[in-house]
Design a protein around this ligand. Structure first.
Ligand SMILES: [Fe+2]
Ligand SMILES: [Fe+2]
Length: 369
């Protein structure tokens, strides 16, 4: 062991130091508490403090109290043995309160010193064994945590992939391309960034917004692809893609899927209450659904359909701003629309970069990132 020996009497210090050396220990000698404390504060490397109780200046008791208050745990819990010639009961009680390991009465006897040191050594090895057991247990727990994290990541990735596949299936059934979903993901994420949302929330909406029309998987092609005007029955059938999508997605426990369910359910609600399926008004509509609604309209304006030409960016923004015979701007959340219009170049850019029509649907990372 490395022992810090604190003893003001030179003869005793040399005698004890020699004894300790004989017993195979290293010593750092100090003739006062102040010097010992300085040593501890600057280095702190000792396995034990062996100290005299009565010393000029700071007493052994006050020194050990300071040691116990040191912030470094290795120092504050350092084993300590007090050497004393006095039988002062009060001092003994005070020393016991500091968690002293043992007392040795002067003049020291080799046998007493030996047994005291053995006591300290066995205490040190007990603590070290406990520490290494705790460290091993901690390592095991960390490993388990890591494994669990990996498993749940795998699970949520595969869940995401399955539902995105469904979204792509619905999308192919309707528009025959996956590019729209890629753009919706990126537009919605950009909107979330512009609104100052957290990184996690931005990623969630990027994953969930493409699920808005997943319910179209359950709508007959005759209705979905009809070029003429829909009968009111057909229109009601088409409208049901909102509740159907919500039903499909809300079965999942994944937060992204549940957000997707909310978006699917409410993306055709209008800010002025004229939408469907519930006719919600203003802030009753989940904000993620209103974001998706705005960017979905922009993308629809930019896309050609059998019954209409595609607009360029400027005309689409003009329509988003002033409306036309098919677009009523009072349906949009005014603040979200303002954010969209102020940053319209970002959305034009996303459209421009993501117009390659037929990237295979399983390029899921392109949607996720
Ligand atoms: Fe829709
Ligand atoms: Fe859409």
């Amino acid at each position: 062991m490395k022992i810090l020996l604190v003893e003001d009497d030179l003869a005793t210090r040399e005698e004890v130091s020699d004894l300790l050396e004989t017993l195979g220990h290293d010593t750092v000698d100090s003739d006062c508490a102040e010097e010992a404390l300085q040593y501890i504060r600057s280095d702190g490397s000792a396995d034990l403090i062996l100290f005299d109780l009565n010393m000029p200046g700071t007493s052994g008791l006050d020194m050990i109290k300071e040691v116990r208050h040191t912030s470094a745990q290795a120092v504050s819990t350092m084993p300590a043995i007090c050497m004393t010639g006095s039988k002062d009961a009060h001092a003994v009680v005070e020393l016991l309160k500091t968690g002293i390991t043992d007392f040795l009465f002067k003049p020291l006897r080799l046998a007493d010193l030996k047994s005291s040191l053995q006591k300290v050594e066995s205490e040190i090895s007990r603590v070290r064994a406990q520490e290494s057991q705790a460290a091993a247990l901690n390592d095991k727990l960390n490993e388990k945590d890591k494994l669990l994290e990996e498993l749940s990541l795998e699970l949520s990735e595969s869940q995401t992939e399955s539902v995105l596949c469904l979204a792509y299936a619905a999308e192919y059934k309707d528009l025959g391309t996956g590019a729209h979903l890629r753009r919706i993901s990126k537009y919605a994420e950009r909107m979330a960034e512009l609104l100052g949302w957290s990184e996690e929330r931005c990623s969630s909406i990027a994953l969930a917004a493409p699920l808005h029309d997943v319910g179209k998987i359950g709508i007959p092609d005759t209705v979905l692809n009809k070029t003429g005007t829909l009968t009111s029955r057909e229109f009601n059938c088409l409208k049901s893609h909102t509740t159907l999508g919500a039903e499909i997605l809300s079965a999942s426990k994944s937060p992204v899927m549940r957000l997707g369910a909310k978006i699917a359910h409410y993306h055709h609600e209008n800010y002025d209450g004229t939408g469907y399926p519930s006719g919600l008004v203003g802030s009753q509509i989940p904000i993620e659904a209103m974001i998706t609604a705005i960017v979905d309209v922009y993308d629809a304006l930019r896309t050609s359909r059998p019954y209409k030409e595609a607009m360029d960016h400027a005309s689409a923004i003009d329509t988003m701003c002033n409306g036309d015979e098919r677009t009523d701007v009072s349906k949009f959340h005014p603040e979200l629309l303002k954010t969209f219009l102020h940053n319209h170049h970002d959305f034009g850019e996303i459209y421009r970069k993501n117009t390659v029509a037929d990237v295979p649907p399983i390029v899921l990372n392109a949607v996720a990132h």
